[in-house]
Ligand binder design. Structure first.
Ligand code: Z5A
Length: 230
């Protein structure tokens, strides 16, 4: 498989979506896209997300995030729905794209399940590890950018945006446990997960991410970019 999978993770409101879009634009503006494509290292840059990166996933996402007034989704059912979304995404989208040599920027992946369903809901972590293995067939990210932000600051940002979904409405202690989960994961997998200080202004967060990506691309492809661009 020639492509690369880069994942953006963190608590709600940490700025993943904002930074994923900025990274996509920077990939073009910085000149990396033309260098890596000309050398045949990367076919294209694509963006996707979990849940909801496929047609089936969009329906699963609706089930997961909609607030039902009559029936709560049980924790194990929620876990299995995230796993189903991921299995569809991995086999139907991520692996074919990686085979074609794409660089993929993905909003959330397996660490979210550990942080939310494991640390947040309290489901057994070894069960989640097994399910993640089944859903991914062993596909891990090449790099995970963890946008580290205090859970309450993130929630305040999302509240400003308007309506809250089912998970955003969970109590603050749930979001604190999720944050602890991401912290524990970053300590456990320092090679794969890079911490980004997401409390800084948007442009400074973007600059940190660009420094990490410059280093990773140089490491992966053995080329440096022209620093006068981007
Ligand atoms: N979930 C799960 O439980 N288990 C799983 O396995 C998976 C997911 C895969 C949907 O995810 C839910 O699924 C999520 C976890 C759960 N829980 N919830 N809710 P999602 O990624 O689609 O939704 P989200 O995490 O809630 O994303 P979000 O609210 O869109 O947040 P974000 O992408 O991190 O942030 P943003 O949209 O880029 O920015 C939020 C606001 O902050 C926006 O107004 C920005 O303009 C502002 N912002 C961004 N950066 C800054 C900075 N640096 N300073 C100040 N303000 C900023």
């Amino acid at each position: 498989m020639r492509g690369k999978l880069i994942v953006f993770e963190g608590v709600e409101g940490c700025g993943k979506t904002t930074q994923l879009k900025r990274s996509q634009q920077w990939f073009i503006d910085s000149g990396w896209q033309s260098v890596l494509q000309a050398k045949g290292y990367v076919s294209q840059l694509v963006t996707t997300r979990e849940p909801g990166g496929t047609e089936v996933g969009v329906k699963v996402r609706q089930l997961l995030l909609e607030q039902s007034t009559t029936e709560a989704i049980q924790s194990r059912a929620e876990l299995l729905l995230y796993a189903a979304d991921r299995a569809q995404h991995v086999d139907g989208y991520l692996i074919p794209q990686l085979h074609q040599g794409a660089m993929i920027l993905c909003d959330r992946y397996t660490d979210s399940t550990i942080a939310y369903q494991g640390y947040g809901r309290g489901i057994d972590l070894s069960l989640i590890a097994q399910l993640n293995d089944i859903a991914t067939g062993g596909l891990a990210s090449d790099l995970t950018l963890w946008l580290d932000l205090d859970a309450e600051i993130g929630l305040a940002r999302t509240r400003q945006r308007g309506t809250l979904d089912r998970i955003e409405q969970a109590d603050v202690s749930f979001h604190h446990r999720v944050q602890q989960g991401f912290t524990a994961l970053a300590q456990r997998y320092p090679q794969r997960i890079t911490r980004i200080d997401a409390a800084l202004p948007e442009a400074e967060v973007a600059a940190q991410i660009q420094t990490v990506l410059d280093q990773k691309f140089a490491e992966w492809y053995g080329v440096e970019r022209m620093k006068d661009k981007g």
